[in-house]
Ligand binder design. Sequence first.
Ligand SMILES: Cc1cc2nc3c(=O)[nH]c(=O)nc-3n(C[C@H](O)[C@H](O)[C@H](O)COP(=O)(O)O)c2cc1C
Length: 245
Amino acid sequence: MPAGKYILAINGSPREAEGVTDLVTRKFLEGARVAGAETETVYLSGLKMADCLGCFECWFKTPGTCRHKDDVPGVQEKMRRADVLVYATPLYICTMSALMKRFLDRIIPMAEPYQCYENGVCSHPTREGEHRGRMVLISVAGFPGLRNFDALRFTFERIAEVGGDQLSGAILFPASPLLMMQPSPAAEQLESVVQAGREILDGPISAETAAGYSKPYAGDEAYIAMVNQMFERLVAATAKSPNRG
Ligand SMILES: Cc1cc2nc3c(=O)[nH]c(=O)nc-3n(C[C@H](O)[C@H](O)[C@H](O)COP(=O)(O)O)c2cc1C
């Protein structure tokens, strides 16, 4: 692996370092550091980040520069340096969190307005001087089963494609409350995430490692029975709470 590599994780969970999204991301970055990379996580919820206005000033009036003067250009500066970009988002309503979507809308100044069409795929050329590193998606979800992530995975495959790239790995953990348990029933899968972090600077995550972190760690029905019991206890405790109402 070449020295001096930098991996930037962009975390779109409002729960920041307390969330399961970050737990999985930390494992990935741990592996990358073992392989010698410098790593950094940006938590979007802590940023001043306005919504894209769709004005296209960043394409036609001030090419490459958005009219909003907030924290987003600082993150773009880090993206330019990154050899690998990790988009880490919880699954919210079958897709990425609103924070992550707001951020991605704001990186449109990094692309040129022109459209190119090659092999049946339409994309925007990346603006000169901009560099988008290899892309990895990390996500977690409350429902069991990898099928929940289909729309999210497809979205990020398309985002990579529009940037003239390929998604180098999708690390997806359903049944997220299980990841907070000690000992974790997903300990083996999380070790494969560390391995994925070790591999990423040399190329896409290997099929063997991806199979390791994608291995089921709970039966769907047993998991659903367990979380429903847990939720019943939480709802009952709230009903009894003297502070309620
Ligand atoms: C607004 C909202 C929407 C959610 N939508 C889904 C969903 O569509 N499918 C799913 O499996 N889990 C869904 N969840 C559960 C989260 O994906 C899960 O709690 C996850 O662990 C959150 O990540 P975090 O711990 O990093 O915050 C949703 C949670 C919230 C708060």
